[in-house]
Write a protein that binds this ligand. Sequence first.
Ligand SMILES: *[C@@H]1O[C@H](CO)[C@@H](O)[C@H](O)[C@H]1NC(C)=O
Ligand SMILES: *[C@@H]1O[C@H](CO)[C@@H](O)[C@H](O)[C@H]1NC(C)=O
Ligand SMILES: *[C@@H]1O[C@H](CO)[C@@H](O)[C@H](O)[C@H]1NC(C)=O
Ligand SMILES: *[C@@H]1O[C@H](CO)[C@@H](O)[C@H](O)[C@H]1NC(C)=O
Ligand SMILES: *[C@@H]1O[C@H](CO)[C@@H](O)[C@H](O)[C@H]1NC(C)=O
Ligand SMILES: *[C@@H]1O[C@H](CO)[C@@H](O)[C@H](O)[C@H]1NC(C)=O
Length: 643
Amino acid sequence: MRRRTVLLLLALFTVVIFLFWPRQPGTSVDRYPPRPQVVKIEPPPKIIVPPKEANGTVPTGWRPFMPPASYLLPPFALEPTLSQRLPCVDQWVSLSKACEMTENGTIDAVWTWINGSEPILADTREQEVAAWTAKGVKGPRPALFLGSRQTHFRTHGEMINSMRSVLKSMPSGLVQKYMLLTADVAADDTAELRLGSVPIWLDMNQTGGLQVFHHSDVFRIPESSLPSDTDAERQGREWRDRTVPSFNSLAIESQLANIPGLSPTIFYLNDDCFLLKPVSAADFETPLYGPVFRIQFDLRVRSRPPGSSLLGIDKEGEWPGLEYTNWLLDQRFGNRKRRYLHHIAKVLPAPIMREASAVWADELAKTAETRFRGQGSQANLVFLATWYTIEKHRESLLYSFIMLRTDADADGVFSSAERRTLIAGLEREIPIALREGGSAYYIELNLMRAGLEFPKETQYQWLSSDGYPLIETVRSGSAAHCTMDVDACFAPGTVLDVFKRVAFEKPDCGDCLIAHLISRSGAAGLGAFLPPPSAPSARPSPPQTPPLAKRWQDANFSSGMGREFAVNTIQRYTYVLGSSPMQFHALRRSGDVARLPNMTSPVVFLAVNDDIRDVRAIQQTDTDMRRWYAQRWGDMRAWWERH
Ligand SMILES: *[C@@H]1O[C@H](CO)[C@@H](O)[C@H](O)[C@H]1NC(C)=O
Ligand SMILES: *[C@@H]1O[C@H](CO)[C@@H](O)[C@H](O)[C@H]1NC(C)=O
Ligand SMILES: *[C@@H]1O[C@H](CO)[C@@H](O)[C@H](O)[C@H]1NC(C)=O
Ligand SMILES: *[C@@H]1O[C@H](CO)[C@@H](O)[C@H](O)[C@H]1NC(C)=O
Ligand SMILES: *[C@@H]1O[C@H](CO)[C@@H](O)[C@H](O)[C@H]1NC(C)=O
Ligand SMILES: *[C@@H]1O[C@H](CO)[C@@H](O)[C@H](O)[C@H]1NC(C)=O
């Protein structure tokens, strides 16, 4: 009897461990996230300071430049996304029937890069570590400091090969600009001149389709985040001096939206990301279906309010940032566990990234201030902008239906007739099934009609016109459905009250309402969400900006906007969830390079993390990596490389 209880408990324990063991992204190569670990930092041997005089000799790997005069974030300006440039937005949103495109989209490939073996940067980093340690990082081991472990900075020639891989795999004409974002340091003690880091193999004379930006070019603080309201420009400069150069990828990424002149779509890579096979524009974005996001649906991201304990969590890992960012999204869109983005290079719509950056400008500036991982609350801009797009599409659908279509007279209250339209058909179980409009046949038909190439290496698994992908459904046999508590979801209130309750306060209500209206829209399109074509706008001009509030309680939504505004808003946030052959590969020990994809592997998107802690394995791994690169891109010289 006792024995059976013990066995039972043991089995239960195993099941619990299995259920709660953190799952890993991508492949089965590694457990994720890695164990918390700190690396001992030796005291800096000697401090090398950049040249004192601007006219002194510029060291190899650096170039002098003048950063822009102001470090203040300019006000947000609404720009159209690629999808909004479609000539037939109404026909497309309402019926999913494409028309011929008059232009092809282009993308910018953007890399952030730090030369891990650059002595000036290494010393700046170590001075910073020493300063923090001196400031009293308490505890028994004051020499330990988080966020500066060497593996974040070691390189084996990744950057040159990452860029070659993109040049080789992308169709000609798709990438408009190759952009690098690198560190910079003061060139002298007095003048504004800076020295920007430039890869040694880069031919800076080839400026055509290549642009190099430095941290000082893009790090910006909103005036609202300044400590006092006098002499904003000076405070902005001081803020820059405290934050640049940055060694924290989250801090650097937090400022991506400030890169000047971005195309509407960007492909964002770290130097450890590679493209291994030929791809087409539709693997990244199309004006019809929007940017392609690659999301790992079985990996849930919880919410972490600022200031909560990080006990037992890898402070340097990406999870604290992801969970904090999910909390930010919760405040604006309602609470839920959103999902991890596959650990590979990411596609981002630049105008929406700017919009999200305007909403959370203060949080992103705070993130930029953290020079190392593991300090304070750090927002993850890439996760933020991706889920912002998805949430805004959902919000736009509900806004269009409740506030524009149902409240047809725009008086802000539901008449009894309006209320009947609102809840018609909602008392029953609402079946959920994928529509014909999301089938591969239909998608290819539309791409063909538009004169666009098909994706080469991506399956479109979920279109934004399929509804909201995180809906909780009930399964009965092979069929799935959702149900709504109509009385609770649509309890009396103004139109704005009901919209906010359904959309944000009780997100399940909104999810199921969307599923219902999708099925009412027929085989394709979003017709059931839209005000009738005849509906004019009650206002002379649309709002100049979307609501930029951080909390849904504070967000403003205008009633009386007509159909044109509705379809444009929905189309702005169009996206598609895709799946492609991909792999995330963490190198842990000598010999791991042998498991990287070989020339016959189907993998297209690859990310390689260097997590080697055993110094004896570093040399071997370096040799192996260089051999692997040579096999793939050794015969290639990109036009931006020095000859
Ligand atoms: C560099 O410029 C400063 C003033 O801008 C000047 O005083 C100094 O002599 C110059 N040094 C050299 C080596 O030309
Ligand atoms: C867009 O690109 C495709 C494939 O490269 C090409 O066939 C088509 O003519 C282009 N369309 C326009 C409008 O440039
Ligand atoms: C990084 O810096 C080191 C030291 O200056 C230099 O030898 C190396 O070539 C640099 N790497 C690149 C890719 O620029
Ligand atoms: C770039 O152009 C300048 C002036 O034409 C020349 O002096 C320099 O050698 C060139 N650099 C390279 C890497 O070609
Ligand atoms: C919302 O609208 C009110 C009144 O029109 C205005 O006072 C307030 O500033 C607006 N809030 C935001 C976040 O735009
Ligand atoms: C490439 O890798 C696959 C899977 O890892 C393996 O089955 C195959 O034999 C390898 N091919 C070559 C030519 O090494």
